[in-house]
Design a protein around this ligand. Structure first.
Ligand code: MG
Length: 173
């Protein structure tokens, strides 16, 4: 299999959610629940890692963004499990002939501490994506809203490799 430049695509995803005092909201990141932490506001479960990774995959494949596929005005996505949305994105990207090489994710937050749960988060994301997903936690050093612990931001980069073109109908050998 010989790759041309057009067979390798990079995509970037970004997401940010604000903490809420609503006791009904659970904090979920990369599909992992963090008990005793404030939840994030959002139409779905507000899993910023799953959202940023979904957008990175869609961007790399040229398939739009998660707002287009899962509008926050649609009642069927209210309270949605974002790992289910991510699994749907993975299916769309694969159906378009792309294989995910990896996703790398930088999460910016003052809390929770991610390092103790990093392996669990990476394993959960890797299982859904079907390729290595790495997650790194960073603090905002007291700068701006994130530095005041008002929310969580996430940046993700995905790399895709073309498995087959839409018109050759099969895997390249
Ligand atoms: Mg989001």
């Amino acid at each position: 299999m010989t790759l041309s430049a057009a067979d390798v695509r990079v995509g970037q995803g970004f997401d940010i959610h604000r903490f809420t005092d609503d006791p009904e909201r659970r904090l979920v990141l990369a599909g992992i629940e963090f008990p005793d932490e404030r939840g994030l506001e959002g139409h779905s479960d507000a899993d910023a890692i799953a959202h940023a990774c979904s957008d990175a995959l869609l961007g790399a494949a040229g398939l739009g963004d998660i707002g287009m596929h899962f509008p926050d005005t649609a009642p069927e996505w209210a309270g949605a499990d974002s790992m289910t949305l991510l699994a749907h994105v993975v299916t769309l990207v694969a159906a378009d002939g792309w294989v995910t090489s990896n996703i790398d994710c930088a999460v910016v937050c003052e809390r929770p501490k991610l390092a103790p749960r990093r392996d669990e988060m990476q394993a959960a994301m890797t299982a859904v994506v079907g390729a290595p997903v790495t997650i790194k936690g960073n603090r905002a050093e007291r700068l701006g809203a994130i530095g005041r612990a008002e929310g969580i931001a996430c940046f993700a980069t995905a790399l895709l490799v073309r498995e087959r073109s839409a018109d050759d109908g099969g895997e390249r050998s």
